[in-house]
Design a protein. Structure first.
Length: 256
């Protein structure tokens, strides 16, 4: 017996319309989980290169579907983004009634996973996500016309402007991703990063969309590894590696 594949999606407001409803999910079906189905406009399939990113995207979509504070409305589609941004885009933590549409919800889930991407709609979604370098497009009919080979965290978007959703479980014939090539370790450094101002967030990825994993305090020093292309400092942090802002009022690289 085949395994059913489910997707999370934002589809319609409480009046079965695109605009005009109240903030939040009034019916429990504005943002919801449904069984995969073929879209008449045809699907494009975008797969995260990193399995950890895929899991985070799926987690945030499940959280949005279960959260009664998140509803559907195309006019107010950006309010979920605005409410969730201070919460690291974690839809489980949203407690303010807000709205999204299918593509703005996907953007929030992608940002939660640590992939930086600007606003898009379903017409520009594929191009915007592929430009990040974090996704590949799967073009064979076994991906675009059947759920069997889909994987958790795959993004589906119609070939023309229309709809978008996130796959929430592996299909029965899903193929594992190949193990990523290990990144070479940077050369050791005698330098360190001095925390100069107040309490500074330490993140798992460079930039403000990286997930906060701890707080560095004024006067503390952390081994400096390298400067990311964004300018953020990569540091040794409690047995692992992390990133901290490079703003001069907060941090400074000093030689050992």
């Amino acid at each position: 017996m085949s395994t059913k594949v489910y997707v999370g999606e934002a589809i319609k407001d409480e009046d079965n319309k695109a605009r005009g409803g109240e903030p939040g999910d009034q019916t429990g079906r504005e943002v919801c989980v449904r069984e995969w189905k073929m879209n008449p406009q045809g699907w494009r399939v975008l797969r995260p290169k990193d399995p950890a990113v895929a899991e985070k995207i799926a987690y945030d979509m499940r959280a949005a579907c279960a959260n009664p504070f998140i509803g559907y409305d195309q006019t107010d589609r950006r309010t979920l983004y605005e409410v969730s941004k201070p919460l690291d885009f974690d839809c489980a933590r949203v407690k303010t009634p807000c709205e999204c549409d299918c593509s703005s919800l996907v953007q929030v889930c992608v940002l939660y996973a640590g992939v930086k991407v600007g606003s898009f709609n379903t017409a520009s979604e594929a191009a915007a996500l592929l430009k990040t370098g974090a996704f590949i497009e799967l073009t064979g009919e076994k991906y675009t016309e059947s759920p069997d080979f889909l994987r958790t965290g795959d993004l589906l978007v119609t070939k023309v402007k229309g709809h978008s959703c996130v796959v929430l479980n592996d299909g029965p014939k899903a193929e594992p991703l190949p193990d990523p090539e290990p990144e070479p370790e940077p050369e050791p450094s005698n330098a360190y990063v001095l925390v100069k101002g107040g309490s500074v967030r330490v993140r798992d990825k460079d930039g403000v969309y990286g997930r906060c994993i701890g707080i560095a305090h004024r006067g503390e020093e952390y081994p400096y590894i390298e400067t990311a292309p964004s300018g953020w400092y990569r540091i040794a942090w409690r047995g692992t590696q992390a990133y901290i802002t490079n703003k001069p009022r907060y941090t400074e690289v000093q030689n050992g």
